[in-house]
Ligand binder design. Structure first.
Ligand code: NAD
Length: 256
């Protein structure tokens, strides 16, 4: 018996085998969940399809989260195939590379809009389509955030501001959807070497600092994040909603 037997989960944000979303997908699969995946563009399709098939997924759909028609198509397909949904994993973020270096003060209007749209509003756009499918069965929605929402991290810039909006959205969504027995939580992950992370100038230096200063004296792996995701997606977290849970080897508690 798995923790997620008979549960249906959709995962947004697998780009390759290093993606945090992929570690989460594997953990959910091990516990019995049936999975659907989305990808953006043909280049990523080639990477995502074999990964998704390796965990038995039959629903592998294109979706740019900045496009409402593509999101609608995904949820229509989920409704048609599964009739309902139990778990939504949102592991998506994007900002132009030039916004992830230099001064935050130089952020462009378009760069700000894009980062906010893809990294923060997208959670609302997905939750809006997911909750009617979770009606009557309860559900769990999770997203991924980073400490740069709370404190200034060099070069994280507009993404830190987008993550602050994302974290506030988690609380507002949790307040709205709690009465439908749907939990909404975020995991604030420590730095992990992924495609998205490598777009941040000086990312390697951050890994070095965490290893020295974090209470556990190490960086976290995507698998550490996946274990907390499993807790949040399962009944083990039945009384937990609206939380931002740190999986960062304790780094966020350190002052000096
Ligand atoms: P990743 O590059 O593997 O995943 C990012 C995903 O976002 C990719 O699958 C990409 O296709 C998707 N994406 C980007 N623009 C999109 C769009 N318009 N429509 C749909 N999908 C889009 O990197 P990751 O590190 O696994 O990132 C996953 C999440 O974890 C992100 O929200 C990221 O901010 C967050 N996070 C990462 C770290 C880290 O250090 N890696 C730390 C904390 C939080």
């Amino acid at each position: 018996m798995g923790l997620l037997d008979n549960k249906k989960a959709i995962i947004f944000g697998v780009a390759n085998e290093r993606s945090i979303a992929w570690a989460i997908a594997q953990a959910l699969h091990r516990e019995g969940a049936e999975l659907a995946f989305t990808y953006v563009g043909d280049a990523l399709k080639e990477r995502v399809v074999p990964l998704a098939q390796s965990v038995g997924s039959k629903l592998i759909l294109p979706c740019d989260v900045a496009k409402d028609d593509e999101i609608d198509a995904v949820f229509n397909k989920v409704k048609e195939t599964w009739r309902g949904l139990d778990i939504l994993v949102h592991s998506v973020a994007f900002a132009n590379k030039e916004e992830l270096k230099g001064l935050y003060a130089d952020t462009s209007r378009e760069g700000f809009r894009l980062a906010m749209d893809v990294s923060a509003y997208s959670l609302v756009a997905l939750a809006k389509r997911a909750y009617p499918l979770m009606e009557g069965r309860g559900g769990s929605i999770i997203t991924l955030t980073y400490y740069g929402s709370k404190k200034v991290v060099p070069n994280y810039n507009v993404m830190g501001v987008a993550k602050a909006a994302l974290e506030a959205s988690v609380k507002y969504l949790a307040a709205d959807l709690g009465q439908k027995n749907i939990k909404v939580n975020a995991i604030s992950a420590g730095p992990i070497k992924t495609l998205a992370a490598m777009g941040i100038a000086g990312f390697r230096d951050i890994l070095g600092v965490v290893e020295k200063k974090a209470p556990l004296r190490r960086n976290v792996a995507a698998e550490d994040v996946a274990k907390t995701a499993l807790y949040l997606c399962s009944d083990l977290s039945s009384g937990v909603t609206g939380e931002i849970i740190y999986v960062d080897a304790g780094y966020n508690i350190v002052g000096l």
